[in-house]
Design a protein around this ligand. Structure first.
Ligand code: ADP
Length: 627
């Protein structure tokens, strides 16, 4: 609020005064000075003498003065004196003389010149100055209170815009929106039956999943204008401005109907209204009220369809989501394996790619990535190809760029001591080994222990678990055990602990807590929800909903669960100590191990360490601190 530029305090009259003073000065100083230079003033006696001496050639008698010229063309002037013989004398001396014809200026002209012209000049000056002042204030918008023009960007050129085919995956969302496209093509069919289209459709999903793209694609497919505005653009400094922007947007939209209005980040204005806020939210509430009114205002089938996107649907005001307003909700989720592959293919079309790139493999490696991240991965791959002076991006580029996008660039000069590197190797192998022993399958795509700019010292690319919608209690417990596996390996091998496990600890705790408070997986609490999740699409924060005593109880149970799984992990690692040493040694030396190499070593029959215990001891030696 206090960011407003201070308006120019000097009132407009100040400028007028300056202008008047300048004009007066010019008049009173310059003009007479100029006149004085050329006309010599003399007394009446001199005039008479010069007449007598025949020195004068021409005389002009004005109403208040006499101007005369001598033979040398020097001009003189003198005041009027009552002199009845003047004309006789002049005539006698052959002087050419004349009087002044009093010109009667037309009263209209004189009125125009003396009144209208100066006023017009000052008015123009005033206009110019006030325009400049407005500019200083921050644009014409700041002054035109109440007018609040919406600055919605209009994309009318929808015919060559984005199409559904540009949006990969998201088949359910596309199917849902196809109906809107059909309606926009032929509203009559719907009117005949009496069906009315929803006025508003809410696209809900995590950031970067293509919500904006889908909205544009609807407009593109239906070939109608597309108004786009972000929720935050409605929220203005002055109360009432946002509301009038909403009015203006809808006015424009109705004129252009059929059309699509897209409001991105609608939670910026559509947040639940609560009475608890002191001031500050008037503007947002007014804007929201206006939006609700506008949505009620236009009739069904008016041809204006409002699409809105949000990643916080739970924070929206119920009035906004009730039938008749945003009554349809289209989830736009993170892409699954097939979706990721499709998105990669769509974006790879824009760059030059080697022929043999296995997109399915890249998709498997980039589990959990959003559409925007996948687009980024493709671009990173192209950038890498350019950097290495290659003509097209290869599979290797894609693989490396997944790691770059997810974990950051490789740190070129990271100085890990050998001991640190060894600890990291054991840590990562610890996770993988616990996971592999529990499920008997390859748990990872690849592990690298090259430090990354994100701060990660090692990086594990998990195996895509396939479309997995339910997880059993045992699976969750195994997952916790896997998360504790890294620390467990450090303890088993080095008998010490490091700070490297903080992220694992956080995740394990979260999972254990969720099992107890949300999934009803503890006998004591049965199916009672102790926590509710907010912000499902932005990390999923949870709020406790239980008494402080229960909270204590929950904490104790979480600790118990994590400890049990931690012990289990340690036990698994102790039993497979030799395999662990072998795997860690491999990773330590090569810095990278793929899932296949991992399984090969793990499943190799004839455990070499069992046959030759000394070799095992040697390997253990190499695992000792080397500094
Ligand atoms: P959102 O609005 O959900 O945050 P956007 O629609 O702005 O996400 O998407 C950001 C970018 O991510 C797009 O410009 C596009 O390059 C890419 N993208 C996201 N989802 C997809 C998809 N399903 N198909 C193709 N590209 C996608």
């Amino acid at each position: 609020m206090n960011e407003i530029k201070q308006p120019d305090k000097r009132p407009l009259i100040y400028y007028y005064l300056i202008a008047i003073v300048v004009v007066l000065l010019l008049n009173s100083l310059l003009v007479p000075m100029y006149a004085k230079r050329s006309v010599k003033e003399v007394d009446y006696g001199t005039f008479m003498t010069m007449t007598e001496d025949n020195e004068i050639s021409k005389v002009e008698i004005e109403s208040n003065k006499i101007i005369f010229e001598d033979k040398n063309s020097q001009v003189y002037q003198t005041g009027i004196v009552s002199d009845p013989e003047l004309t006789d004398r002049l005539h006698e001396h052959n002087v050419e003389f004349s009087g002044q014809i009093v010109e009667q200026t037309s009263p209209i002209v004189s009125f125009l010149v003396s009144w209208v012209l100066p006023i017009a000049i000052f008015w123009a000056l005033g206009q110019y100055l006030s325009k400049r002042m407005m500019k200083n204030l921050g644009g014409p918008d700041a002054m035109s209170f109440g007018m609040g023009k919406s600055n919605a960007r209009v994309y009318v050129k929808s015919s060559n815009g984005i199409r559904f085919s540009d949006v990969a995956g998201e088949d359910e969302a596309k199917e849902n929106l196809q109906e809107i496209v059909d309606y926009l093509h032929d509203p009559g069919r719907y009117k005949e039956i009496g069906a009315s289209m929803p006025k508003g459709i809410l696209l809900v999903g995590p950031p970067g999943t293509g919500k904006t793209m889908l909205a544009k694609a609807v407009a593109g497919e239906a070939n109608v204008p597309f108004f786009s505005m972000s929720g935050s653009e409605f929220v203005e400094m002055f109360v009432g401005m946002g509301a009038s922007k909403v009015r203006d947007l809808f006015k424009q939209a109705k004129e252009k109907a059929p059309c699509i209005v897209f409001i991105d980040e609608i939670d910026a204005i559509g947040k639940k209204r609560d009475g608890g806020n002191f001031g500050g939210n008037d503007e947002r509430e007014q804007t929201l009220n206006q939006l609700l009114t506008e949505m009620d205002g236009f009739e069904d089938n008016s041809g204006v369809i409002i699409l809105a996107a949000t990643n916080r649907p739970e924070s929206l005001d119920p009035a906004l989501t009730r039938p008749g307003r945003f009554d349809r909700r289209v989830p736009v989720e993170l892409p699954d394996l097939k979706g990721r592959e499709a998105i990669l293919r769509v974006h790879a079309k824009k760059i030059r790619v080697a022929d043999n790139v296995d997109y399915a493999k890249i998709a498997r490696m980039s589990s959990g990535a959003s559409g925007a991240e996948l687009a980024n991965i493709v671009n990173e791959a192209a950038l890498r190809a350019v950097r290495d002076n290659r003509r097209c991006a290869t599979e290797q580029d894609f693989e490396e760029s997944i790691e770059v996008v997810i974990a950051g660039y490789q740190k070129k000069n990271a100085i890990l001591t050998n001991k640190e590197k060894l600890i990291v190797a054991y840590h990562e192998i610890g996770h993988a080994l616990v996971a592999a022993k529990q499920t008997n399958s390859a748990p990872v795509q690849k592990i690298t222990i090259i430090p990354r700019t994100s701060g990660a010292l090692g990086y594990t690319m998990q195996v895509e678990e396939g479309n997995h919608y339910l997880m059993s209690k045992v699976e969750l417990e195994n997952k916790i055990a896997t998360l504790t596996g890294g620390r467990a390996a450090e303890e088993v091998v080095f008998n010490t602990v490091t700070t490297g496990a903080s992220n694992d600890i956080e995740q394990a705790t979260k999972l254990a807590r969720a099992m107890i408070t949300r999934y009803g997986m503890s006998d004591d609490f049965d199916m009672v929800a102790m926590e509710t999740v907010t912000n499902q699409y932005l990390g999923g924060d949870a709020t406790l909903a239980c008494s402080p005593e229960t909270q204590k109880d929950i904490d104790a149970r979480v600790v118990e669960l994590v400890r049990r799984e931690h012990e289990k992990a340690k036990e698994i690692l102790r039993q497979n100590r030799r395999k662990m040493d072998e795997l860690a040694k491999f990773l330590y030396e090569k810095e990278t191990i793929t899932g296949d190499e991992f399984m090969e070593i793990l499943q190799k029959p004839g455990d070499i360490w069992q046959d030759a215990p000394e070799a095992g001891a040697a390997a253990q030696d190499s695992a000792k601190p080397e500094q």
